[in-house]
Design a protein around this ligand. Structure first.
Ligand SMILES: [Zn+2]
Length: 301
C-alpha cells in the first residue's frame, strides 16, 4: 500500500500514524489541517491521472440533464450579484473546469458571456463537443492554462471567471491546480469553488460510523481529499488569491446549493438538508476569491 508521508496541499510531512477505517487510511496534516485518504484502489487511479472521477457520475448527469438545467440556472442567477459585486460588471469570459454535461454554457450565453469548458474525461468531452459546446479535453493541472485562452481572453490577460462545482475535491494535486487557476484568470478575475463540507452535518454523521469505510468527506475511491472552511481558504491564499471568502450552505439552498439537491424528491433528505443549513452545518462549502489587480504573488488577506 502506498501511504503518502507528505500533505497533498502544503507538502508538510505527517507526524502521526494515519487513522484507519477498513482499507481507508486517513491522514490529518499537522501544518494546514487537511484531511486526505489513501487506499490501494485510489493509489491505482492516481497513477492514471491527477483526478479521481466516476463514469457512473457522468451517465447520471446526462440522464438528469433536462431537470438539472433550470435548477442550475436558478442557482447561478442568485450568485450573479456576488460575481458582479466583485468584478464591477457581469463576467464576460468564463472558464469551467469539470463542466459535467455543460449546462452552464447556455446560462452564460443568456447573460451575454462566452463559456469554455475544460474536461479531463475523453468520453464526456467528446459528448459535449458533439453537441457543439466549446470544450477542451485536458487535465487542467497538467497543462499551460494559456492554451485555453481564446484570442479575446488572451487580449485581456485571462478569463474573468473561473467556475468549478464539486470538482476540486477530486483533484489530487490541489496546489498545482490552483497555481494554474491563478494563471488562467486576468488580474481581478474571480474564482468560484464549491466542495463537500468536511465540517458539515453529513461529514459529522459519517465520522461517527467507525465501520463505514469513510471518514467525513473522505469517501473512497473518488473523494480522497476533504476540505473544511479553514483548509479551503488556506489553499486559495497559498496560491496567491486575495479577498478569499468561504461560507457554508445547505445542499438545497436556493443560491449556494447544488442543482441535483434542488431537484431531489426525497422529503427526508430535503428536511435533513434544510435543518443542516439552519444549524450552520450545511454540506456545501463555497469559496470565492480574486487574482489581485496588481497580479502579484502574495496573498493580501
Ligand atoms: Zn498540509
Amino acid at each position: 500500500m502506498i501511504s503518502p508521508s507528505v500533505c497533498l496541499l502544503c507538502h508538510a510531512p505527517s507526524t502521526t500514524a494515519p487513522l484507519q477505517r477498513g482499507i481507508l487510511l486517513v491522514h490529518s496534516c499537522p501544518n494546514c489541517g487537511l484531511n486526505y485518504g489513501e487506499t490501494d484502489e485510489a493509489s491505482a487511479t492516481l497513477e492514471a491521472g491527477s483526478v479521481d472521477t466516476s463514469p457512473h457520475h457522468f451517465s447520471t448527469l446526462l440522464t438528469q440533464s433536462e431537470a438539472l438545467a433550470p435548477a442550475l440556472a436558478g442557482l447561478v442567477e442568485g450568485r450573479m450579484a456576488a460575481f458582479v459585486e466583485r468584478l464591477g460588471e457581469k463576467p464576460r469570459h468564463w472558464l469551467e473546469i469539470g463542466p459535467g454535461s455543460g449546462l452552464l454554457s447556455a446560462i452564460v450565453a443568456r447573460h451575454g458571456g462566452s463559456w469554455r469548458g475544460c474536461e479531463i474525461d475523453a468520453d464526456m468531452a467528446a459528448e459535449m463537443m458533439a453537441r457543439g459546446l466549446d470544450v477542451v479535453q485536458a487535465d487542467f493541472s497538467a497543462i499551460d492554462p494559456a492554451t485555453l485562452f481564446t484570442p479575446e481572453v488572451a487580449a485581456q490577460g485571462g478569463f474573468d471567471m473561473l467556475f468549478l462545482s464539486q470538482v476540486f475535491e477530486h483533484v489530487r494535486n490541489p496546489d498545482r491546480f490552483l497555481d494554474n487557476a491563478y494563471a488562467a484568470l486576468r488580474p481581478g478575475g474571480v474564482i468560484y469553488i464549491d466542495v463537500p463540507n468536511d465540517g458539515g452535518l453529513t461529514a459529522i454523521i459519517r465520522r461517527l460510523n467507525k465501520w463505514g469505510g469513510t471518514y467525513g468527506e473522505v469517501v473512497p475511491p473518488y473523494h480522497m481529499i476533504a476540505y473544511g472552511a479553514k483548509t479551503l481558504g488556506y489553499a486559495l491564499e497559498q496560491a496567491g488569491f486575495e479577498k478569499v471568502s468561504v461560507s457554508t450552505a445547505a445542499y438545497n439552498d436556493a443560491v449556494y446549493g447544488l442543482a441535483h439537491a434542488r431537484i431531489h424528491r426525497s422529503s427526508k433528505f430535503q428536511t435533513l438538508w434544510t435543518l443542516s443549513g439552519i444549524v450552520g452545518l450545511g454540506g456545501n462549502l463555497v469559496a470565492m476569491a480574486q487574482r489581485p489587480l496588481g497580479g502579484g504573488d502574495a496573498a493580501a488577506c
